[in-house]
Design a protein around this ligand. Sequence first.
Ligand code: SAH
Ligand code: SF4
Length: 355
Amino acid sequence: MTDTKTDLKNFSTDQLVDYVESLGQPAFRGRQIMAWLYRPGIKNFSQMTDLAKVFRSALTENAYISQFDNAITERSSDGCVKFGFTLEDGNVIESVLIPEEERNTLCISSQVGCAMGCAFCLTGTMGFVRNLTPSEIVNQVCAVRDFLLIQDPAERIGPDRVTNLVYMGMGEPLNNLDNVLTSLSILTEPKGLDLAARKITVSTCGIVPNLRKLGENSPVNLAISLHAVDDATRDKLMPVNRRHNIEALLHACRDYPMPKRKRIMFEYVLLEGVNDSDNHARLLAKKLRKIPCKINLLPYNECDALPYRSPTRERTLAFQKILMEAHYSVFIRSSRGSDISAACGQLASERKGQP
Ligand code: SAH
Ligand code: SF4
């Protein structure tokens, strides 16, 4: 029976303080609860031994601590692990752990499905189902943290904890900004999951009106899914461009409130014959001028359901070279996890129980 109870993992520290005050408790009790909620193995209030017994009973009556304990995992031949989590309402979301020797990057979802309908993206073909709550965002990280804690060291590629986080799974984070901001507050809270903001990246297709609010409320890194340099191509690939075109998006990027020395990451998925010519590369170099940035080239992860193809390695390198000659830092991102459909843009799920 969780319907009528409050999930305390939906609250930032300030919101927890408000909550305990509404139960007639002093503010510091909220901070005390925050210090318990994200410890591994904490499932109920009886474990919070520094709270008075009566208060613990009041909490048990009114609130609960959600967690994902039903993960289905699939391991890729390159070490990536895809997690499928069934939510309380039966929807399924996915997260992907990408281990490297020095770090573990976790790619998390912010929505079930996505409303933005990008032509090349499998999540886009699902349509929008609903926003994730802050706890559903944060619980992806908790579950993978627990997975790493008990993982057999012989099977481990990276460290024993999540070191980097990217909001690049299912969904458009800036269409669920309030819940994403609450999740960021919990994830970076020293009493919460204590991740460094500089190790977290939020990626957006370019919901221009919400960009500033993200920058003003959180110091995390920003990634922009650009993918095209002329409006005609971007209109076709990414319907969001018809509302917020390239000029508006790049203007918002120039205006983005960012600490000195921070750079915006532009993501550019290379689609054969669509956006991968030398001219496209030259125009990209021109358009990004004066924006402190890095460029990530993503060779397209092909899937049977969609008509796009990935360019050859030579084409990708030629594209990169033009940008490097224009003095940009350009990385070619390897598509890991593709054999288990865990690579970028391959996350899509069916509602459990549906035919
Ligand atoms: N909605 C946000 C967050 C998802 S991030 C956004 O679009 O930025 C997922 C990244 O992978 C985006 O840059 C997306 O455009 C890209 N992508 C989608 N499908 C892909 C595919 N099949 N191959 C490579 N990248 C893809
Ligand atoms: Fe949504 Fe991002 Fe996929 Fe576009 S690329 S459909 S915004 S998840």
